[in-house]
Design a binder for this molecule. Structure first.
Ligand code: XLS
Ligand code: NI
Ligand code: NI
Length: 436
C-alpha cells in the first residue's frame, strides 16, 4: 500500500533542475562548514500539521483531501496514518519528526485507556523508525485541546487539571524515551491569561515552575537524558502567554532555577507575533547559551495571527542560519517545520511541495550564511564598530578600572567625546545582498 503512488524519493538535482519535486539546493551529503547539510540542518517534519491538519479555519471546516484517512478516531486509522507519515518523511528524506501525544493516538474514555491507545500506536512508530532510520527530534504533550485545560494546564486554578497534565507529561516523556527522542518540548499551550481580574499571576507562575521541575525530576528518574525545551509564544490561544518571548522565558527559567535544564525552541511566527524578528530571538537565546532548536515557519505580513506558513524567504533563512552557525549549530535540536499548507492547497502532493521548498530555502540560507562567514567582511565591520573597546579607555572600563568619578575626570579634561562613526546600515544591507 502506498499513499503517494505518484511520488518517489525526492532527489537533489541541483539549481538548474526544472523539476519542482526535486531539491535544487538541499544536498544532504554536501559539506558546509565541516559538516554535511543533513547534520547542519537536521530537518524535521511535524505530525500535527502535516498528518492531522485538515485546513479548518474560524470561517470554515477542513478542506484537505487525505485519501488514506477514514476520518475516524479508531486505533486502526491512527496506525495506518502513522505508516503513511513514515512513507512521506522517508520519501522526503527528512531525518527527524516530532509529535504530540494526541496527534498520533485517539483519547479514550479514561486516562488508562488513553495511555493504552498511545502505546498501541507507539508500537507502530517504533517499528517505522526502525524500518526507515527516521528519528524522533522531540516529543511533546497536547495540554491545550481537551476542555479540561480551558483555564490552562500547569497554571490552571483547578489543581486536578494540573495533576492530569502531570500524568500526561509523565507518559509523554516515557514514550519519547522509548522512541529514543533527542528532546522534549513544552510549549505554553493555554498557560497564560485572558483577564487579570480572575488571575493570580504569581501563583500560576509558581505552579508552572513546579510543573517543569517535576518534568525534569521524572526524566532524571527514568534515565531520559534528552534536551528539554520551552517554546516562546506571546499570544494565541490566550491574550497573554506567560512564555511570551525568548527574554521572558529566560527570565522565568532563571528566576525558578531552571536555566540549566532548558533551552529554547524558537518559532519564527511566534517571534513576529511578539513584535520581534526571528533573528532577534535567535540572538537573545544564542547569546545566553540557550539556543536549542527552531520551529521553522513564517507568518504573513498582512495577517496578524499565527499562520504557520512554510518558510520560503531566502533573506529570512539566511538570517536564521547566520545566527545558528554563530552559536555553534542546533544539535541536538533541529529545523522543525511547524508549518501547515494553506487551506486552498488541499491535495496530498502539496505536502511535498511545501516541505521541499522550505528545505531548499534553508539549504540556501545555510550556504549563503557560510559564504558570508567565509568572506569575513561582515564580522570585520562589526569588530571595527566596537574597536574603541579593544584597548585604551574602553579596555580599562571593561576590566573594571573605572568608576563615574574617574570617567568624569577624563571627560572634563577632554571636554567632548571622540567623534562617532557612521553605522553604515545601508552599506551593510547592500553587502548582504551581494551574497544572495
Ligand atoms: C503552537 C506551537 C506548537 C508547539 C508544539 O503555536 O507552535 O505547535 O510547537 O506544541
Ligand atoms: Ni511550534
Ligand atoms: Ni506556531
Amino acid at each position: 500500500m502506498t499513499a503517494f503512488p505518484d511520488v518517489g524519493r525526492i532527489l537533489f538535482e541541483g539549481p538548474a533542475s526544472k523539476n519542482l519535486l526535486a531539491f535544487r539546493y538541499y544536498d544532504a551529503d554536501e559539506m558546509v562548514e565541516g559538516a554535511a547539510m543533513r547534520d547542519q540542518l537536521r530537518f524535521s517534519v511535524v505530525y500535527w500539521h502535516t498528518f492531522r491538519g485538515q485546513g479548518a479555519d474560524p470561517f470554515g471546516p477542513g478542506t484537505a483531501l487525505r485519501p488514506w484517512d477514514d476520518g475516524s478516531e479508531s486505533i486502526e486509522n491512527a496506525k495506518n496514518r502513522a505508516r503513511v507519515a513514515f512513507e512521506f518523511i522517508e520519501k522526503l528524506g527528512a531525518p527527524f519528526y516530532t509529535f504530540h501525544d494526541r496527534d498520533v493516538a485517539p483519547e479514550g474514555s479514561s486516562l488508562a485507556e488513553t495511555n493504552k491507545n498511545l502505546d498501541a500506536v507507539v508500537d507502530v512508530l517504533e517499528e517505522e523508525q526502525q524500518r526507515t532510520g527516521i528519528k524522533l527530534l522531540w516529543g511533546t504533550a497536547n495540554l491545550f485541546s481537551n476542555p479540561r485545560y480551558m483555564h490552562g494546564a500547569a497554571t490552571s486554578p483547578n489543581c486536578e487539571a494540573f495533576a492530569f497534565a502531570a500524568a500526561q507529561v509523565k507518559k509523554a516523556i516515557e514514550v519519547t524515551y522509548r522512541l529514543g527522542g533527542e528532546g522534549y518540548t513544552l510549549w505554553g499551550g493555554r498557560e497564560g491569561y485572558q483577564n487579570l481580574w480572575n488571575t493570580d499571576m504569581a501563583r500560576e507562575l509558581d505552579h508552572l515552575a513546579q510543573f517543569l521541575h517535576m518534568a525534569i525530576d521524572y526524566a532524571k528518574e527514568i534515565g531520559f537524558t534528552g534536551q528539554f525545551y520551552i517554546e516562546p509564544k506571546p499570544k494565541e490561544p490566550t491574550k497573554h502567554q506567560y512564555d511570551s518571548d525568548a527574554a521572558a522565558c529566560l527570565n522565568f527559567l532563571r528566576q525558578y532555577d531552571l536555566l540549566d535544564h532548558f533551552k529554547l525552541n524558537l518559532e519564527t511566527n511566534h517571534a513576529t507575533l511578539a513584535g520581534h524578528t526571528m533573528q532577534h530571538e535567535l540572538e537573545v537565546a544564542g547569546s545566553t547559551g540557550a539556543l536549542g532548536s527552531i520551529d521553522a515557519n513564517t507568518g504573513d505580513l498582512l495577517l496578524g495571527w499565527d499562520t504557520d506558513q512554510f518558510p520560503t524567504d531566502i533573506y529570512l533563512t539566511t538570517q536564521c542560519m547566520l545566527s545558528i552557525l554563530k552559536y555553534g549549530g542546533l544539535n541536538p535540536g533541529g529545523v522543525n517545520f511547524d508549518a501547515k499548507v494553506r487551506r486552498e492547497s488541499f491535495e496530498p502532493i502539496d505536502l511535498f511541495y511545501a516541505h521541499i521548498g522550505a528545505m531548499d530555502a534553508f539549504a540556501r540560507g545555510l550556504k549563503i550564511a557560510a559564504d558570508i562567514r567565509a568572506d569575513g567582511r561582515l564580522q570585520e565591520l562589526l569588530a571595527e564598530r566596537y574597536s574603541s573597546w579593544d584597548d585604551g579607555l574602553g579596555a580599562e572600563i571593561t576590566v573594571g578600572k573605572h568608576d563615574f568619578a574617574s570617567l568624569e575626570k577624563i571627560m572634563l579634561d577632554k571636554g567632548e567625546a571622540e567623534a562617532n562613526r557612521s553605522g553604515r546600515q545601508e552599506m551593510l544591507e547592500n553587502l548582504i545582498n551581494t551574497y544572495l
